[in-house]
Structure formats: C-alpha cells, structure tokens
Write a protein that binds this ligand. Structure first.
Ligand code: WT7
Length: 652
C-alpha cells in the first residue's frame, strides 16, 4: 500500500517552535504568498496524488476549494503511516469513567487493525462511499475507530454528542438521510449509565416516521447493560468483527470529498450540518495541532472535549493522530468521583499537554488549590483552553495553580465551521495576555466591521471593537451546510457580503492583540456548548400549555452563560413550580440536558413593540438584573409589561 502514496518531501515544518519575529515573518508570508506557503505545508500529509493547486475559492458566490486535484485518505494519514514507521507507538490511552477500571492502550498498529475491521464491517452492512453514518457514542476508543472506519471507505460521518436526546438524534439522522448508525449499549459518565442504544432505537422510530429508514445499526458492547437488538437491523460489533477480514485498502478520496458533517446551532432554525472536506480539514487539524500545541514526538496530549464536538474531532482524532501523537481519551467528568479527577489523571498518565474549557476550570476553582496541589503535575509542559472567552481570573488561576506560574496557556479561538484554531498564541512565540486569544494563525486575516459592514481601521496604539469577520479562506474552512448551500451563504457570507462573519464580537487592543468578547447573534454559549435561543424556544412551545417563549443568555459564574426563558401560558393555565419543572423536562426531551434553562420565568406577557416584535434587549437586561439600563421602552405596546417582568425577576 505504502508505495502508492506519493512521496512529497517534508518541507518547512520548521514553523513550529518559532520566536515572535519568526511568527510575524511566517504569518506575513502566509498572506503575501499563500500558494508558496501552502505548497510548503502539503508534505505534512501522505497523498496518492499531491495537489498542484492550493487555494481556489470565492466567497461571492460561495465556492471554496483547497488542494482540489489532490488525492488522499485521512485514515491512512492517521493510522497506517505511523503504524508502519513504528508499530509499537501508542496512539490512544483510554482512561475510564471509573478510576478503578483498567486503562486501555492502543498502539497505532492495533488501532489500524481495529479500524480496518470496522471499515470492513461497515462495508458488509451495506455502507458505500458517500453514505452518511451517524455515530452516537460514549468516549471510548471505538468512537475514534468509527470515525476513522468511515474515513477509510469514504463514508461521511456525522457524530452526535451522546448527551443529545432521541428527538435531536432523529432530527440529525433525518437531515443527513443517514441509513446507518454506530452506537454502544450504554455510556458511563460520573458513575451513571447513559442508555445510548435505547435512545438510538427511539430515534430510529422517529426517523422512520419521518421517512428515513435506518437499515443497520452497529452496536459496541461497552458496559454490558441490558438492551434489545432488532433482528436484521442491529449487529454486535464483537460478533461481526470476528467474521470480517483484518485488512482494508483505504479508498483514495478527492481532496474536496466530504470527510464529515457536524451539526451546530445557529441563531435561526434547526442545527446546521456543517460539512468539512477531506484534505483541507486534515491539513488544518494537523498543522494547528503541531504548531499551537508545539507537539513533540512521544508526548502525551490530553484534550478533555467529547468527540461529539468539533474540538474532539480536531484535537482528539484528526489533528493528533495525523501527527503520530499519543492522545489521552477520558470517558468521565472532572467532578467524579471527586473534584480532583483531572489532576489525578494527569499525574497517573504523566500528561504533557492539557487542553480544556474555561467552564471546567471555573467549576474546579471554587474548591480552591488543594485538590490540584494533592497531585504531581510536573509532567505538564503546556496548557490550553477553548470554547468560550476565558475570564482573567480563571486564566490566572490556571496559570498560577495548575501551571505553577511557569507554563504557557494557549487560548484558542475557533468554531465548528473553522475546523481548527484561527486566533491563538503560539507557545514560546507569543507574549501572553490573560484572556486574549492574541494573534491570528498562519493564513488567517481577521478584521472588525461596524454593523453596516464598514471596516474599522486599526493602527498601533489604538483600540477598536466591532464584529469579527475573516477576509480570506483557509484550508480548514467548512465548505457548505449539508444539503443547503444557500443557507451556508446566507448564514456566513451575507451580513457582510464577500466576508465570513463569525457571529462573534471582538476588540483589538493597542498592541494588536485580539480579544473575543462573545456572540453578537442569538446564539448563547453555555459551558462552552453552543445553543440557539430559537431552538430552546421551539422546544418550550412544544409543551401544550405554552403560548409563547423568549430565551436569552445571562452571565453565569460557572457556565459563562446561563439560559433564561420567559414563557407565557395558554389562557386558563395556572403558573406553578410543577409546570416550570415540566417545561424543563420538555426541553430535556426535545434537545438534551445541556439546553435545559436555568430559570423559567412564567409571565403574563412579553415586552413587544406595537408591530408585535419581542424586545429581546429588554429581556436580556432583566435576566442580567440590570434594571437601570433598559434603554428606550417608549416603542413598547404596553410599557407596564416591563414592571411586571422586573417584579417577577426580583422575586426569584
Ligand atoms: C464559538 C464557537 C472552538 C471549538 C469549540 C466551540 C466561542 C470558542 C473561544 C475562545 C472566546 C471562544 C465563540 C465561537 N469560542 N473558543 N478561545 N475565546 N470565545 O465551537 O461550538 O462551534 O462554538 O465558541 O463564541 O463563535 P463551537
């Protein structure tokens, strides 16, 4: 197999371990000579045919291609090439939810052999190139295997986070027209089982009612919990594994063939299936992984995200494995069996690079320094954060207590749509500022615009703020929304025509550092999870007693933002605590636990303009307890509604 991989010389890998001056020179070159810059990077990957064309893209109309004449297979790059070079090298170290359970270690050779068998199992079940395969899994190595098995045969995976409800899972199966599911009997988190197979069964029924028939389900036995198997549809992995061949030739894929779909929330409608390409995505994941985390062979890298989110895709699976790294995969949660679990795991496995979310740090910080200091963290060399702005207090605690005042912290700003980090420090090169994502990565040209789209000029020594846009494409950029290119164009390229709008606000300080201030659209960021307020509203109105719902975010000490829901009830329905609890249960069933509102404010009326538009600005202020700054309320149809709402807020 290896001889069919086109040997491209390894070039210009030296941009890792840069100084600030080298970073600036390389960044300037990446903008001035993008073809030259990217031509130097393609040797990071093995290709069947190396690309001759680098970026070939337009944002008006939207048509994005990178490396379009390249031919490649992602699973080869993440498995075989490392297994062949060093068959004992560890790919995955798995730490179970239960600290007493046995650690699993998979070498690159073992992981490849499992992936090739699973790929053959998928083929045996009828999966073809281009088919969408839904993956609904706990955090076990088989989740990574499932993704890579799809990549091996050219199937498109759609991983759905294991915390989503049957309803949400069904919606994603339907949207992707996915006829195949890979799941496990149960997951386990914080000592509790999660009935994944039972939820998947329910989702299949719902999808079938909507016209999408799931033909085959591959089930991994993990906890051994009791489940029911549907004859002819469901297959145990351990049974089929014994029957299929152990080798599987990777499918040569065009660079622009889709690698995966990942659903994410926006300000309107249902979640979108963000589609990533094969080569551009993989190269971005690989380059950012090695550079941002300054990864050195043999080190142990731990990203605490779930593979159900893009962070898990890029920095548990595709980035690290394409770089031959050793990743730690953790099934559990930071708070169980005790609040020192992260530090116990770092100590146990001698983790070198640790990447987590600000919300986890804020939750842990509450208990002081002792749970951290109880463990030997001397293996750590680098820390990172992702998912939401990190407040300087949490940054300083992370730096002082976890990093002993010594370790750099990379605060990486990016999105599901960007494939990997875009604004981030490079360790060693970037002088850090607590709370700033600092500088753009290679090939990235951010800018700030006014609401009307005019560019805000920045000169050294001045400070500006505005809406964050990007002025040029990069290889890891999402290519479309699955099945709805028009929605892709509308969502990202229409507010500021010809530019990519991130949905975030930002400022740029006098030194040129970028500070992300949070979403400026109707998206809220709850514990680093992205949630559309419209989605939560439509879940609430699914309850028969609800007339109308308006959902806003509010500042939350641990979660970053909490969810505050204003709800009006149908005529004749009495407000009660029991009803508020029932509404929370409805949201849990419609979306999942992560979307359940912190507060449900049952109110007789919502503040509306005379034309009937809900004034969310006022609702946000009331949720924030900022009653003095409500702004102009003169356009309200009934200004007394505001007094009633404030009354309701004060009473809680
Ligand atoms: C939104 C994207 C990036 C993968 C995980 C989240 C916010 C993300 C940062 C950061 C400030 C951040 C933004 C962004 N965000 N990282 N370092 N500093 N904000 O991916 O679910 O697509 O969410 O997360 O608001 O738009 P996502």
């Amino acid at each position: 197999m290896s001889e069919t991989i086109h040997p491209v010389t390894q070039a210009a890998l030296a941009i890792t371990r840069t100084t600030a001056e080298q970073y600036q020179a390389a960044h300037a070159r990446s903008l001035a000579d993008p073809d030259g810059f990217w031509r130097d990077q393609i040797g990071r990957l093995d290709w069947y045919r190396a690309p001759t064309v680098m970026g070939n893209w337009s944002w008006d109309p939207v048509d994005i291609k990178w490396f379009e004449d390249g031919v490649i297979n992602a699973s080869w790059n993440c498995l075989d090439r490392w297994a062949e070079a060093d068959h004992t090298r560890t790919a995955i170290i798995w730490e179970a939810d239960d600290p007493k359970a046995k650690t699993r270690r998979l070498s690159y050779a073992e992981l490849r052999d499992e992936v090739t068998r699973m790929a053959n199992a998928l083929v045996a079940l009828g999966v073809d190139k281009g088919d969408r395969v839904t993956i609904y899994m706990p955090m076990i190595p088989e989740a990574a295997m499932a993704m890579l098995a799809c990549a091996r045969i050219g199937a498109v995976h759609s991983v759905v986070f294991g915390g989503f409800s049957a309803e949400s899972l069904a919606g994603r199966i339907e949207d992707a027209q996915s006829r195949f599911i890979i799941t496990a009997d149960e997951g386990r988190r914080g000592g509790k089982p999660i009935p994944l197979k039972a939820i998947a069964d329910e989702a299949c029924d719902k999808a079938e009612a909507a016209g999408v028939n799931v033909e085959a389900m591959l089930v991994i036995r993990h906890t051994g919990g009791a489940i029911s198997m549907v004859e002819d549809r469901d297959h145990w992995w351990h049974e089929i594994r014994a029957e299929v061949p152990a080798t599987c030739t990777p499918e040569p894929m065009n660079a622009e063939d889709p690698l995966f779909i990942l659903y994410t929330s926006g300000s309107t409608g249902k979640p979108k299936g963000v589609l990533h390409s094969t080569a551009g995505y993989l190269l971005w994941a690989n380059l950012t992984f090695e550079t941002v985390f300054d990864y050195r062979a043999g080190e142990i890298f731990w990203c605490t995200a779930d593979v159900g989110w893009v962070t898990g895709h890029s920095y548990i699976v595709y980035g690290p494995l394409s770089a031959g790294a050793t990743v730690l995969m953790f099934e559990g949660v930071p708070s169980w069996p005790a609040n020192d679990r992260f530090w116990q795991v770092i100590d146990k496995h001698k983790v070198n690079i640790f990447y987590t979310a600000p919300t986890a740090l804020r939750a842990i910080m509450r208990d002081g320094d002792e749970p951290v200091n109880r463990h030997d963290l001397s293996s750590l060399r680098l820390l990172g954060t992702v998912g939401e702005p990190i407040n300087p207090e949490a940054w300083n605690w992370y730096h002082r207590v976890v990093g002993k005042g010594q370790l750099p912290i990379v605060d990486t700003w990016w999105q599901t749509e960007t494939g990997g980090a875009l604004i981030t420090p490079l360790p060693g090169a970037t002088p850090l500022k607590a709370g700033s994502a600092s500088w753009p990565f290679f090939g990235i040209e951010p800018a700030l615009v006014e609401a009307d789209g005019s560019l805000i000029a920045w000169t050294p020594g001045t400070e500006i703020s505005g809406n964050l846009v990007l002025l040029r494409s990069w290889p890891g950029q999402a290519r479309t929304v699955f099945g709805d290119h028009e929605r892709f164009t509308q969502t990202y390229f229409t507010a500021y025509r010809g530019r990519y709008f991130t949905g975030d606000g930002a400022r740029r300080d006098a030194d040129g550092y970028w500070w992300i201030t949070g979403r400026v659209d109707d998206v809220i960021n709850v514990s680093g999870h992205r949630m559309g307020t419209a989605e939560v509203e439509s879940a609430l109105v699914a309850h028969p007693d609800v007339a109308e719902a308006a959902v806003v975010g509010f500042p939350h000490d641990i979660k970053g933002q909490g969810i505050y829901a204003y709800v009006t009830l149908n005529a004749g329905v009495e407000a009660s605590d029991a009803l508020a609890a029932a509404l929370k249960a409805t949201v849990r069933a419609e979306i999942g636990g992560i979307a359940v509102p912190d507060h449900i404010h049952l109110t007789p009326a919502l503040p509306k303009t005379r034309s009937g538009k809900i004034m969310r600005r006022i609702l946000r202020k009331i949720a924030e307890n900022e009653f003095g700054a409500l702004g102009d309320t003169s356009t309200l149809a009934d200004p007394t509604v505001v007094d009633a709402l404030i009354e309701g807020r004060l009473n809680r």
